[in-house]
Design a protein around this ligand. Structure first.
Ligand SMILES: Nc1ncnc2c1ncn2[C@@H]1O[C@H](COP(=O)(O)OP(=O)(O)OP(=O)(O)O)[C@@H](O)[C@H]1O
Length: 627
């Protein structure tokens, strides 16, 4: 709750709305206690007194009644009716929407066609018809306003419920044998409540206006009772001669509706959890860079990452996702980047081309040298010309990266023409060639398929074809085979292996899977809590893992034909990256932990096996390794 208020307070307009609305509601609540004149007592001798007159701060109306007093009592009534109508409309509309969306089929059809019929009438006409049928009066106006707003809530909530009713957690609740009522109350309702609150906060102002409208027409509050609409209605005849009688209630309506709308927008933004990490704010075209000294290039590698540090600044917390990573990759070489989920592999890969979304991402240190040129902090135009053309990415889920409404051919052609303006026919021929090179059968026809018409393996090949579209020198593949079955995975791996041999591609291959590393990678870097803990030739690491974490990771992998062996899961969880411990981040989970492991910064040190390890008591000791 306090997080909600903090978020709300960050939005200055919403905060202003909250303060104004709070003051208006407080005044309305305190009205009976304030020393105000009786709002209904007429005094014809004192008609139309101007504002700031003695005994009448805001003047008097056509019957000599005190305008300040009528304004306070009228505001109280208008707010009460507006809020009551909003609560009634939200409750009934949400109930109707949830039932229609949850049960679907005929129930949904019958209910929603009824709602459609109500929505077919203009709001105010429908409200007028209801009041005409029930008779004028404030209660009937409230019923009319609530009734005309029920369809709005029903439609909104039904749409949300349809999506939720088909989610896995609802299926799981059904499988547990829960009744429909329990599923609706326990699973569906908590998910739609934020939407109801948001819809209410943005419509309550509208309902206050509608009630005022009915009172203005004489169908709401009846004389002598004052509400804001009836005050305006009564002042209509003196609009020119005594404008203050209209301005006073009119200004109050304006203030209330503006304040509620600003507050409603703020509530909506604060309730959306994606906004907390800046997900809906427009990301910068490249990751924000705030680094100190820039490390000099160590050697002339094709791509060399040095001391890379990337953080996420979310409110007052700092998540150190990447804490000083060094990597190099040469033409024709495949470097595996392996580690548990959350170890910082993807953030490292995305930082290379400045693709980490800012906000909240910030590169706080290090350098990325591509052919000796530092890419961190490079101008957007330079990065843009390198992205896809020199350094290309393949992501894990091609269904999420391919556009669902364009054919794969269109998307390939766009990728080709983004860097090399070529005639469309030529680009199409090249796209077919690319599809053939990733072994898609019937490439000439498949080019006109939409992503959903292809299998997962084929889509992933399209992703690879797109990465190859501009003949890049480096490909960064972020778990491209995780979502695929083993046969397709083997095909994709052999395809990548052939490509790097034929074209001299450098590949950084991110994975969880040591099997994949063994098959494809020349060298491997093991990441833990944002740092490389072991790095070296694949064979050396697979034969003699030196870091206890690497050894434990490998012990988790089942091996066919190796007899019965206990699969040792690593106890505990990786540390949270906004509170990393001193010394070795793996210490709490390590079976060889000593006091020294928790002190200072442990650096990477070379072992005679040709690997480097960040551990003071490696599994393979120097003398052992030298044997
Ligand atoms: N927008 C964000 N805000 C805060 N923290 C983030 C954000 N994005 C990533 N992180 C954190 O950065 C760390 C590294 O994430 P990253 O995605 O690089 O892990 P990973 O090793 O690639 O995991 P996986 O294998 O599951 O993809 C994680 O602890 C994650 O929680």
């Amino acid at each position: 709750m306090s997080a909600f208020f903090k978020l709300l307070a960050r939005n200055r307009l919403a905060l202003a709305g909250l303060i104004v609305m709070g003051a208006v509601v407080l005044l309305a609540l305190l009205t009976p206690l304030l020393p105000l004149a009786n709002p209904d007592v007429t005094d014809l001798g004192n008609r139309f007194k101007p504002p700031l007159s003695e005994g009448a701060l805001l003047g008097t109306d056509h019957l000599g009644r005190d305008l300040l007093s009528r304004l306070m009592w009228g505001t109280r009534l208008s707010l009460a009716v507006g809020f009551a109508a909003a609560i009634i409309a939200a409750t009934l509309g949400a109930a109707i929407g949830i039932i229609a969306g949850f049960y679907g089929g005929r129930t949904d059809n019958v209910i929603m066609r009824g709602v459609d019929m109500l929505m077919a009438f203009p709001y105010i006409l429908l409200a007028l018809a209801i009041v005409a049928a029930l008779g004028p009066g404030l209660l009937n106006a409230l019923i009319a306003v609530a009734a005309v707003n029920i369809p709005f809530f029903a439609r909104n909530i039904r749409g949300i419920t349809v999506g939720i009713a088909h989610k896995e957690f609802v299926d799981a609740a059904r499988l547990c044998g829960m009744t429909d009522t329990r599923i609706i109350v326990g699973e569906v309702l908590p998910n739609v409540i934020p939407v109801i609150v948001i819809a209410m906060s943005t419509t309550v102002g509208w309902m206050i206006l509608e009630t005022a409208g009915l009172s203005f027409l004489g169908l709401g509050s009846q004389p002598p009772q004052a509400d804001l609409g009836s005050m305006l209605g009564e002042a209509r005849s003196a609009l020119i001669t005594n404008p203050h009688t209209s301005i006073v209630p009119g200004a109050m309506i304006l203030v209330i509706v503006m304040a509620i709308n600003l507050l409603g927008d703020g509530v909506r933004d604060a309730l959306d959890p994606r906004l907390k990490s800046g997900a809906l704010s427009r990301p910068m075209p490249t990751t924000r860079v705030e680094r100190g000294a820039v490390p000099a290039p160590k050697r002339n590698a094709l791509l060399s990452v040095q001391g890379l540090e990337t953080q996420f600044h979310v409110k007052n917390r700092i998540y150190r996702a990447v804490g000083g990573v060094d990597l190099t990759v040469e033409p024709g070489e495949c470097l595996g980047l392996i580690g548990e989920s959350g170890s910082g592999k993807s953030v490292t890969a995305l930082s290379i081309m400045g693709l980490v979304a800012s906000p909240p991402g910030v590169i706080t240190g290090g350098a990325v040298y591509y052919k000796g040129e530092d890419l961190i902090g490079a101008p957007y135009e330079q990065l843009r010309s390198l992205r896809g053309r020199r350094v290309a990415y393949i992501f894990q889920d091609p269904l999420a990266t391919l556009h669902p409404l364009y054919t794969v051919g269109d998307q390939l052609i766009e990728a080709i023409r983004a860097h090399h303006p070529t005639p469309r026919a030529e680009a199409r021929a090249r796209a077919i060639e690319l599809l053939k090179s990733v072994r898609i059968p019937n490439a000439d026809q498949r080019i006109d398929s939409y992503p959903h018409e292809m299998s997962g393996g084929m889509r992933q090949r399209v992703g690879i074809a797109m990465a190859l579209a501009n003949d890049p020198e480096v490909i960064i593949a972020d778990e491209p085979t995780t979502a695929l079955d083993v046969t397709v995975q083997a095909q994709i791996l052999s395809l990548l292996d052939d490509l790097r041999r034929d074209r001299g591609l450098a590949i950084i291959f991110i994975t969880h899977d040591f099997g994949v590393v063994a098959q494809l990678c020349d060298r491997v870097a093991v990441m833990y809590a944002g740092r490389i803990v072991e790095e070296g030739p694949t064979k050396a690491i697979l034969n003699r893992p030196a870091h206890p974490y690497t050894a434990k990771l490998m012990a988790c992998v089942p091996e066919l034909g190796q007899g019965r062996r206990e699969l040792a899961a690593i106890p505990g969880l990786p540390p949270v990256v906004d509170a990393l411990p001193q010394g070795c981040a793996f210490a709490d989970r390590c079976h060889k932990v000593q006091d020294e492991c928790r002190i200072g910064d442990i650096g990477l040190r070379d072992l005679p096996t040709g690997t480097r390890v960040r551990c003071i008591a490696p599994e393979t000791t120097v003398s052992e390794a030298a044997l």
